[in-house]
Structures are given as C-alpha cells and as structure tokens.
Design a protein around this ligand. Structure first.
Ligand code: AN7
Length: 345
C-alpha cells in the first residue's frame, strides 16, 4: 500500500506494539504545517500553524485515540469510556465504531460545542450529559471503571500520550529541526506532555539538535496551573479547555521546567481576537481553544526572528454557535437583481 497509512504504521518503531496485530486507524496524522505569513509579519518571527483540525474527527485527539483503542482492542476490551469537553468524546466514538467496540461518553450538560455532540451521537456512542463540569465527568468515568468492565480513554491512559507525541515528530520531519518555541493550548495538559515527549525522544535519537521552549496557554477563567490552585467553577468561551483540575498538572510543570518554558493565561477576548485573525488573515478556521496558542503569542510577544509552531488543536466547524455569535448575521435580501445592486452597488 502506498501513501500515508496512519500514524501507528508510519511511526511504528516509536511505539511498544507488543501483543498488537491489527491497527485501529482512520489514517490520522500527517496534518498540514502551514506557514503563517501575516502572523509572522505581526510578530517579527517565523510562525507555523500545525493544523490538527484536519484529523479524521477534526481534532488532535485522533492521534491518541488510534493508539488507545488499538491497545484496548488487543487486550480484549469491549467498551471504552471517557469524560470529555467534547473532542475526546468525538474521537473515542469514531475509533470505537471502527473497532466495533462500545463507547460511553460523559459530557458537561450544555457546555459542549454542538458539532462535537453531534459527532459522538452519530458515531454511535452512548452519550450522557451530566449536570456538572468536565472535572466531575472525568472523576465519574474513572470511578465507573471500578464497577463496570470499561477501559478509560482519557489522557490518563498512557497510550493516549504515546499517540499524541507524533505531532512533534511530524513538525521536526517537515521543518528539519525543532522550533525555538512550541505554543499550545492547555486544558488537561495531556497534549503539552505528549509534544514534549515527542521532541525529547527525537532529540535523544538525534533527529533534532535542539529542543523547543514549551509555551502553554490557558483561558483566564480556567487557569488552574497559572494560578497554582484548582478552579472549582471554570468558565471560558473556549469550552474545550474549560477545565479546573488538570489530570496531567504535575507533568505540565515538569515540561515547563525542563524546557525553560511557561504556562500563562489569555482572556476570552484575546482568544476571540486570535480566532478571527486566523480565519481572516491565515484562512485557518480553528476552534476557540486552539486560538489560545496564537492569542498567547500576540499578548506576550516572541523573540525577534524566532521559529514558532502553534498547535491548532481543533477544527472551527466543531463550534458553529461561537462562530455565529462572533459575527453579524448575513442580510436577507429579495431574490432580485435590484435588491442585490441595492446591497452591493
Ligand atoms: C481543541 O475533549 O479535554 O491540555 O475532553 O479539545 O491535552 O487537555 C479537550 C482538550 C486543546 C486541551 N484544544 O488539550 C476533551 C478535552 C482542544 C481540545 C485541548 C482540548 P489537553
């Protein structure tokens, strides 16, 4: 077979695949690394966008899910479960369907973007909207695995982090080096952990001479790592990262320490400015959480001439409500030339 076969097959040597005979894949990965011309100009730097919204279910979660579900299947699991702000549930539902496994997802009632909910339902998962937030959903999912034969596929499952490290591999494979700075939104802090693992593994294997500084960005109303304490009622328009007690908190601090990086906060307004800028000037429609990585650069700046990669974690189509709320509604006009000339002439 020619062409991209999905990331487990392409990066097989970087995984522990003992006991695995079949890969559960939707040919995820190999996403575009786009040069961002206007952003580079604005920041006097060389800025690239890793557009993860073009994965099969529309987010970076597919990288972790192909490995998590492949391994779960190899171990004979029949049902997977996750708590989710939306994208994990969409990815889990998609890969479980592919593997002919059951899938249960717990999502916060009313605080999940419409497209993600639609995906989980249509892929056939059992979707339960809990009267609570993500942190409660994740805790309940963990507890349920003590009572029911289900495998958890949140990023506390180490196979998820393993899969997601390939995002870093792809960046180095395309750039020919590691960037000076990797900018990434932080929710549960699984992805920042995974990218750092990817860069360090490549560095050890001498695929890249240097390592990036890891810059993570949380939304101001959901910034437990920045504030140094859990947030009981996190709030942000970026529902994907509306998380008050990140599961990978400690490893996120280690990443910051080891890479000489930082995790800082951006406001919802700053997130939305970056979201609009990306669509309007770079033609990249990402979801609000993803735009936090660019908002952070615009807010705090970068060293002159630095090579920066922003991870745009999810597709803008996931969250049509925010997109429409951000914009003025289209005018409705009569279906006549005169009416159109009146509007446009
Ligand atoms: C678009 O789907 O936690 O720091 O349950 O969907 O690895 O948690 C999503 C997280 C960034 C944060 N961008 O990544 C879930 C979930 C998008 C996301 C993050 C998420 P982590």
């Amino acid at each position: 077979m020619t062409g991209w076969r999905g990331l487990i097959a392409e990066y097989a040597q970087w995984f522990d695949l003992r006991g695995v005979s079949d890969f559960v894949t939707l040919q995820e990965g190999n996403t575009p690394l786009l040069y961002a011309e206007r952003l580079s100009e604005r920041l006097s730097a060389e800025v690239w966008l890793k557009y993860e919204g073009l994965n099969p279910s529309g987010s970076f979660k597919d990288r972790g899910m192909t490995v998590a579900i492949t391994k779960a299947k190899a171990l004979g699991a029949q049902t997977v479960i996750c708590g989710s702000t939306g994208n994990t549930s969409a990815a889990a539902a998609a890969y479980a369907a592919r593997a002919d496994m059951g899938c249960v997802v717990l999502v916060p009632d009313g605080k999940i973007a419409l497209g993600k909910l639609a995906q989980a339902i249509v892929y056939g998962a059992t979707v339960l909207q809990i009267r609570g937030n993500f942190d409660q959903a994740l805790n309940l999912a963990r507890e349920l695995t003590q009572h029911l034969p289900m495998t958890i596929v949140n990023s506390i499952n180490p196979d998820r982090i393993e899969g997601q490290k390939t995002g870093a591999f792809e960046i180095v494979d395309v750039l020919g080096r590691a960037p000076d700075i990797l900018s990434i939104p932080v929710g549960n802090a699984g992805n920042i952990t995974a990218y750092w693992r990817g860069f360090t593994e490549y560095h050890l294997a001498q695929r890249c001479a240097s390592l990036p500084k890891m810059w993570g960005f949380q939304a101001e109303g959901a910034a437990p790592i920045v504030l140094g304490r859990p947030i009981e009622n996190p709030e942000t328009i970026a529902t994907a990262i509306r998380i008050g007690n990140p599961a990978s908190w400690i490893s996120a601090l280690e990443v910051v320490h080891e890479s000489l990086g930082d995790i800082r906060a951006v406001s919802d307004d700053e997130i939305l400015d970056a979201y609009r800028f990306l669509a309007r000037y770079e033609s990249v429609f990402c979801e609000p959480a993803s735009a936090a990585s660019v908002a952070g650069l615009l807010k705090y700046g970068v060293p002159d001439g630095a090579t920066v990669v922003c991870v745009l974690t999810g597709n803008g189509l996931k969250d049509p409500d925010t997109a429409l709320q951000m914009s003025s509604a289209p005018h409705v006009v009569d279906a006549s030339l005169a009416a159109l000339l009146g509007e446009l002439g």
